[in-house]
Design a protein around this ligand. Structure first.
Ligand SMILES: NC(=O)c1ccc[n+]([C@@H]2O[C@H](COP(=O)([O-])OP(=O)(O)OC[C@H]3O[C@@H](n4cnc5c(N)ncnc54)[C@H](O)[C@@H]3O)[C@@H](O)[C@H]2O)c1
Length: 248
């Protein structure tokens, strides 16, 4: 795939059970990394882990609801008891398409709890250990929705814009310790969520992409792994993976 120097390293991936997260688990496993796979959906997450690694030596499924700070802390304690984390990929997210008039305060808080507060809390916990060890790679999965406005995207888009800002601030704070923090901003990725909008809506959205198609999860995973590379001089960056849908 891409030699990111992950051989023997340990990668913690959130939202690992399906979609891009599952593609990231596969890609890191193929690179020879140990993978701590964290998801709220224990059954699907375990099935993926068993499918790839019957020995249980390489992939450790961990169940947690990232909205719950105590559960998040307990999950990270479990991971760090297993192996020290070299790479953190904040991928889990809660999508929400709701007009400005419909969105409830509870929905707003729920989106921010997963998409931003959990990223802050988990990154801080993991980065403290990375700082002590003098090495770390953190990659945040943001979205084009955080870069350019879309109707019905008030909560989701704003949380992803916050993630891009947080990426830069953490990058500045952690650079002296050998820890890089970067983000990717995909447009549409070919996952179950996107397919569920139906062929006509998908064709309409695809027609707005200069490359004329949506991304495969593997294409996005490759950019994430590049940003997680052992040797890198990139930090605080947001890499667009959007087929030209937004050029800046
Ligand atoms: N699919 C797209 O078109 C697209 C486009 C741009 C950005 N993204 C971003 O890519 C990332 C992955 O997207 P996807 O389409 O694979 O998503 P998905 O919905 O298919 O998977 C998300 C995973 O996160 C887990 N999760 C959700 N809430 C959680 C919680 N509270 N605690 C623990 N786990 C939780 C889910 O169980 C699921 O396995 C997200 O950050 C998303 O915002 C996706």
């Amino acid at each position: 795939m891409l030699d990111a120097g992950l051989d023997g390293r340990t990668v913690l991936i959130t939202g690992s059970a399906q979609g891009l997260g599952a593609a990231l688990v596969r890609a890191c496993h193929a690179e020879g990394a140990h993978v701590a796979a964290l998801d709220i959906d224990d059954e699907t997450n375990r099935a993926l882990a068993n499918d790839l690694d019957l020995t249980g030596e390489w992939i450790r499924p961990v169940q947690a609801d990232l909205r719950d700070p105590d559960a998040l802390a307990a999950a990270y304690a479990e991971v760090r008891d297993w192996r020290p984390v070299d790479v953190l990929i904040n991928n889990a997210a809660r999508p929400l398409a709701r007009s400005l008039w419909e969105i409830t305060p509870e929905e707003w808080d729920d989106v921010f709890a997963v998409n931003l507060r959990a990223v802050f809390l988990l990154t801080r916990a993991v980065a403290a250990d990375m700082r002590d060890r003098g090495f770390g790679r953190i990659v945040n999965v943001a979205s084009i929705a955080g870069q350019t406005p879309r109707p019905t995207g008030a909560a989701y888009g704003t949380s992803k814009a916050g993630m891009i800002a947080l990426t830069r601030v953490f990058a500045a704070e952690l650079a002296p310790y050998g820890v890089t923090v970067n983000a990717v901003a995909p447009a549409m990725i070919d996952t179950a969520m996107v397919r569920s909008i139906g062929p006509e809506a998908l064709a309409e959205l695809t027609s707005q992409v200069p490359m004329g198609r949506i991304a495969t999860p593997e294409e996005v995973a490759r950019v994430v792994l590049f940003l997680a590379s052992r040797e890198t001089f990139v930090t605080g960056a947001t890499y667009d993976v959007n087929g030209g849908a937004l050029m800046r």
